[in-house]
Ligand binder design. Sequence first.
Ligand code: PLP
Ligand code: COI
Length: 354
Amino acid sequence: MQNIKFVPTEAPKQKPETSKLSFGKSFTDHMFVMEYSPDKGWHDARIVPFANLTLHPASTVLHYGAEIFEGLKAYRTPDGEVQLFRPMDNIERLNDSADRLCLPKLDPEFALEALKTFVATEKSWVPDEFGTSLYLRPFLFGNDETLGVHTIQNAVYMVIACPVGSYYPEGINPVKIMIETDDVRAVRGGTGYAKCGGNYAASNRAGEVAEKKGFSQVLWLDGVERKYIEEVGAMNVMFKIDGVVVTPKLTGSILPGITRRSCIQLLKDKGIPVEERLLSVDELLTALQEGRLEEAWGCGTAAVVSPIGQLSYQGKNYIINNFEIGKTTQDLYDTLTAIQWGTAEDPYGWTVKI
Ligand code: PLP
Ligand code: COI
């Protein structure tokens, strides 16, 4: 395994006030970096002061979107220690994304070691209020200095981190979501299941329209028939219909969320049936109109478990559960966050101590 060189910052930053934390605006003192080349493999692993990058103007990432990323959090537990939530799942998904975009993969054991070493370095940046955490953003990009469209030879892997509070300004209060009928995010056979920057760039136009209309995010429909529910911009979705939790199955165009996977397990262990299947927008809205849609929520690392209080489709607004957080949503939020923040036992072995 490579050694990780450490160059400490000479100018430590002032940390933001925990009570005022938002999402992704302030960054810690250091960053993890290493490079890949065909002759050396991954090399020069280092933790260095947080700084701007210098890139060749022809760098592949700037022209052909060769970029993948991850998102996970470090949580401060009641005993003052720090833990990660299912970090190996993020590393494995990063490697799946790398496979899709033909970027070099990481050695999973080393990637975990690097994450842990980086978080240990930035430990003082992990905020200690329940609901706050240190968001980690690993990312990997192609960095060949040529405009030819070729298989990528050179790449960079980095991890940056920011102390965060709620992703949505609403916190755990319900959000409003617009079902998108024009643009599509991804298609089967495309890159929907990979966590690559291009998926988010393709989402921007619909997101901007939704935001202007007062919605937090867009709910995507499948790219072929525009009929089946897929996911929201930064979270997977779950609907409780007639006592059963229905979540879109992983068809290849949806991100296989780690929070989704965790929620499915928690729900099943609570005795709540879960169906991973195709769910059409018609079926969903019929259930809503007939009063059978009991609750809806999104789930993701940044968004945690976030109730959906309103859906809009073709200009009509539909209120879910009186725009209140539902019992199952709240219970799921409480159970998941207790494991993540270490206020309850982790019977699943999901947490990894730093
Ligand atoms: N779907 C999309 C498009 C996302 O960006 C995210 C966030 O990472 C998720 C789902 C949820 O995935 P996870 O729970 O692994 O964070
Ligand atoms: C995450 O939840 O980690 C994400 O990557 C969502 C992000 C697009 C804000």
